[in-house]
Design a protein around this ligand. Structure first.
Ligand SMILES: *Cc1c(COP(=O)(O)O)cnc(C)c1O
Length: 389
């Protein structure tokens, strides 16, 4: 029989006080608004696919909410990252700086553009890329030739950086943007988890040339599957739109395509769901914040860790609630997770650092002690907003 430490059972009891005793998922969506009405409208009008009024409406509503000048809605967050990188000129053979601690899509999108992810560590304060550490790392790593920066070891040009806002907590994207400028790197913000997160009143995703959201079923709002790119740069937005729609040139009837594009536009059905979800975003955010307070109180007495919270000067969306085990409990992490799963409470670890994955094994990487430490100590908790209602 598997040995489960007393910690695991204590943890389950503390969680059950919050989530109840029935089976609970990690991040179940809530459909409490106009979803059915808007979906019915799509079916009634026949607009279910890649054209239809809800797409523009979703893009406009999102642009208003985030004060983003341009929004392009696409099929998912991975496609959004891929498109942003390609539209910014990231080419096969380039290297792109990616945090080791992120969902695999961040690095996969780089590989989909033919480029090579180059992993760096995250900081303990933000769980994202640290601007200061990045500056000193790149100063050592890069060599300038003909106005471009090359990795001294691999000889490949390093052309972009993709900071990610872990669980909706804000990385120092503005600091990273300054470093990116110094080294001529494009900056794409992976804000997939950060809809509703702000720094100094500015929405996540606007620190560099482009920012990316995901509307997968487990994100703060969902379109079923979906994603979006936001950018202040209108000509970049135009390029992205073109690439997302098979690079078809406008013509009354002729099929003219000037380059090889993608079929990445969000269908009207998904956008309809998105419009309804966006209407409820303020309510979701309020409940996510409340849920954090509820967990903080329920778990603080355990003396085995603490729940993660936002940095001063930032507003986190609290997309996914997280509990950081004390370092002396780290070795019990898997046993605790398994006890929770045995009790039908869906908890998860953070992502295994990507420089340890077979999928990205041959990619260059800095040492990543903080990513490794966070991976060994963090447990993500059931986080549906309905748990706080
Ligand atoms: C969810 C997520 C994505 C990708 O989103 P999909 O819509 O599932 O393709 C990318 N990066 C991060 C950090 C994510 O959490």
């Amino acid at each position: 029989m598997r040995q489960v430490g007393a910690d695991g059972l204590e943890f389950v009891r503390a969680l059950q006080a919050v989530v109840g005793s029935r089976a609970v998922g990690l991040r179940e969506p809530v459909f409490g608004g106009n979803e059915k009405r808007y979906l019915q409208e799509c079916i009634d009008t026949g607009y279910v696919s890649s054209t239809g009024p809800f797409v523009a409406r979703f893009e406009n509503d999102l642009a208003d909410y985030a004060a983003a000048h341009n929004v392009i809605a696409v099929v998912n967050g991975t496609a959004a990252l891929h498109l942003a990188l390609v539209a910014l000129g990231i080419k096969p053979g380039d290297e792109v700086i990616v945090p080791a601690l992120t969902f695999v899509a961040t690095a996969n999108a780089v590989a989909m553009a033919g480029a090579v992810p180059h992993f760096v560590d995250v900081s303990w304060e933000t769980w994202g890329i640290s601007a200061e550490k990045l500056r000193s790392y790149l100063s050592e790593l890069l060599q300038q030739r003909d106005g471009s920066f090359f990795n001294r070891k691999t000889g490949r040009p390093v052309t972009a950086v993709v900071p990610m806002h872990t669980l909706g907590f804000l990385a120092d994207a503005d600091g990273v943007a300054e470093v990116a400028k110094e080294f001529g790197l494009a900056l794409v913000e992976d804000a997939a988890e950060a809809l509703g997160s702000f720094v100094g009143g500015v929405h996540a995703g606007l620190a560099g040339q482009a920012g990316v959201f995901s509307f997968n079923g487990n994100k703060t709002i969902t379109t079923g599957g979906g994603g979006a790119i936001i950018t202040r740069d209108s000509s970049l937005a135009k390029r992205i739109r073109h690439l997302a729609t098979t690079a078809k040139l406008p013509h009354r009837y002729e099929f003219e395509h000037d380059i090889v594009g993608y079929n990445y536009r969000m269908p009207n059905l998904n956008a309809a769901l998105g419009v309804a979800q966006l209407e409820q975003l303020p309510a979701f955010l309020e409940r996510q914040r409340t849920l954090h307070l509820i967990y903080a109180e329920a778990l603080d007495s355990l003396e085995m860790g603490f729940s993660a919270s936002e940095r001063p000067g930032t507003v986190s969306n609290y997309w996914l609630q997280a509990f950081v085990l004390d370092s002396n409990c780290a070795e019990s992490k898997n046993a605790i997770i398994e006890t929770c799963l045995d009790n039908e409470i869906a908890v998860r670890p953070l992502w295994k650092p990507l420089n340890r994955l077979a999928a990205h094994h041959s990619s260059p990487s800095d040492d990543t002690p903080v990513a490794d430490e966070l991976y060994s100590r963090v447990i993500c908790l059931p986080s549906s907003p309905k748990l706080a209602s």
